[in-house]
Write a protein that binds this ligand. Structure first.
Ligand SMILES: O=P(O)(O)O[C@H]1O[C@H](CO)[C@@H](O)[C@H]1O
Ligand SMILES: O=c1cc[nH]c(=O)[nH]1
Length: 252
């Protein structure tokens, strides 16, 4: 049966079924990953911008590349359907904004868990349910980053629903008047040793624990929120390439 949003079925994946999916928020990143880092990749579907590919790692292992779209509601749909076609491991390859001075643009953040401020996650499990990454897959990502000599940070991520309001952007937002409870929240998170902001990992982690797959997240740092609100476009390719290099080389 073809799954409605991802646009393919288990039968479309052949006899050598992939267990691992590499999940990006951005469709262009998925295409780049499949065409540049995988062998014999082919497009499975491209519906609503949620493109997906089947390809092979250099060790011959089949891997699915899929697109989550932005934010947890969209991710939850894609991940649900990936589980239905038999995926057992999902590595999110994303971008993020650093909120710590030592976490520099161009480096990568591997999330061990997330502060999950996401409405969609509450439909998966109670608010108090921990949003934790799979420990084995996460350590494998760390070991790969070390082996490749890629600057990485391991720690806690803040996964929030909005890019502007929830990440306390005022100067670059259409509405500079944030709700009172959001004023100063980035400093509070900094004090809690949270490393970065992004918009999907927390819900992915909760889904992993509830639905029984291994979830992990590696993000390239494209903004430095101790200095400014904007995305540093000149360093984005470096950051994203590093995150992809680690994810495709992971031993899992
Ligand atoms: O680059 P991706 O994977 O989309 O990740 C980040 O970028 C988007 C916001 O610009 C959000 O989806 C956020 O989580
Ligand atoms: O600052 C950033 C950069 C990328 N993605 C986010 O969610 N926030």
């Amino acid at each position: 049966m073809t799954l409605y949003h991802i646009g393919f079925s288990k039968q479309d994946l052949g006899n050598n079924l992939p267990q691992l999916a590499l999940l990006s928020g951005e469709p262009e990143r998925s295409r780049y990953l499949a065409e540049t880092f995988l062998q014999n990749s082919r497009l499975l579907s491209d519906y609503r911008g949620l493109n997906s590919y089947l390809g092979y790692l250099s060790n011959g292992k089949p891997v699915l590349v899929a697109t989550s779209g932005m934010g947890a509601p969209s991710l939850s749909i894609v991940v649900n359907e990936l589980v239905q076609v038999g995926i057992k491991q999902i590595i999110r390859i994303g971008t993020c904004g650093s909120i710590q001075p030592h976490v520099q643009v161009g480096s990568i953040v591997i999330s061990q868990g997330a502060l999950c401020r996401q409405g969609a996650a509450n439909d998966i499990a109670p608010l108090e349910y921990p949003a934790v990454a799979d420990p084995f897959l996460t350590v494998a990502l760390v070991e790969t980053a070390q082996k490749l000599n890629i600057p990485y940070h391991l720690g806690i991520t803040a996964s929030v629903d909005t890019f502007y309001e929830g990440q306390e952007r005022q100067e670059s937002s259409a509405n500079p008047n944030l709700q009172a409870w959001l004023l100063g929240i980035t400093q509070q998170y900094r004090n809690l040793n949270i490393l970065n902001y992004e918009m999907e990992a927390g819900t992915l982690f909760k889904m992993g624990s509830v639905y029984g797959f291994a979830a992990a997240c590696v993000c390239g740092v494209v903004a430095q929120r101790t200095q400014a609100e904007d995305i540093i476009l000149k360093d984005k390719d470096l950051a994203v390439n590093r995150a992809i290099q680690v994810a495709v080389a992971v031993d899992c």
